[in-house]
Design a protein around this ligand. Sequence first.
Ligand SMILES: Nc1nc2c(c(=O)[nH]1)N[C@H]1C(S)=C(S)[C@@H](COP(=O)(O)O)O[C@H]1N2
Ligand SMILES: [Mo]
Length: 306
Amino acid sequence: MFKSSKSRLSWADVTPKSEFLNRRQIMAGMGAAAGMAALPASAATFPASQYSTDLEPNSLEDITSYNNFYEFGTGKGDPARYGHLLNTDPWSVQIDGLVDKPGDYDLADILDNADLEERIYRFRCVEAWSMVIPWVGFELASLLNRVGVQSSAKYVAFETLVRPSEMPGQALGNLNYPYREGLRLDEAMNPLTILASGLYGEDLPNQNGAPLRLVVPWKYGFKSIKSIVRITLTDTQPETTWSNLNPREYGFYSNVNPNVDHPRWSQASERKIGGLIAKRQETLMFNGYEEQVADLYAGMDLSVDY
Ligand SMILES: Nc1nc2c(c(=O)[nH]1)N[C@H]1C(S)=C(S)[C@@H](COP(=O)(O)O)O[C@H]1N2
Ligand SMILES: [Mo]
């Protein structure tokens, strides 16, 4: 059953704004210290989402030390090592294109108007590793509805911050920046698609895409763009970073699909990060969210639209 939005607590309800800002500063500082193994004592609780899996989440340590965020470098440890260089306060998101109320929306305004909840989602990287992550986030659809999507809109494009002075991978030019991603409008409006502002009850660590990142749990991880500064509604399919770089290896859809292999490796199984033994498990169609999203692709050949 859907909970009424009234019964959900927003971040503003849980935490007075001054304390919230203060926590953000503390977290930014903590990113600099190695580890973050223990849960901060100030971790807040959020209403649990009906869409959560009941799988055991990975540890905060795993989630914050094994990352992909090329803006900080190509190594899995680079985002944890260099993430603290990024200043995420102040932060605003430009929302434009085919919307009724385009503008530069302050992050605090976005979060104050959001029904934040905890959602435990499977997360699967195209490189065949996976984690289970307790996100704090809200439905992208609720933000899009607030700004008013025009009837001609068919896609949503996203962009990450460009600030090479605080992002050493950008300074090196290891990819073409800004990092870009995109979704079809119906994918963006699906209730599983969230914007996350936290995990484990705390604000997002920088290495996980602070202060606001996308999470699309039935797609490979690279679709879940981090540190978003722009959301644009369009009528044409947006360009995306990885498929621009290598269209044969990375398609626009990038749905988790054990039956369609990446050209250089199998997608039939994955290695769950964490634990003493590197156990492989079978990859599930749409990363286990088949019941919720298979309809979006009815009639499509997913080996063509990969
Ligand atoms: N801006 C940006 N977003 C990004 C990436 C990136 O390099 N830059 N990497 C993607 C990839 S490949 C993955 S698997 C996920 C990793 O998210 P996590 O580090 O929070 O687990 O972020 C995605 N979002
Ligand atoms: Mo990834």
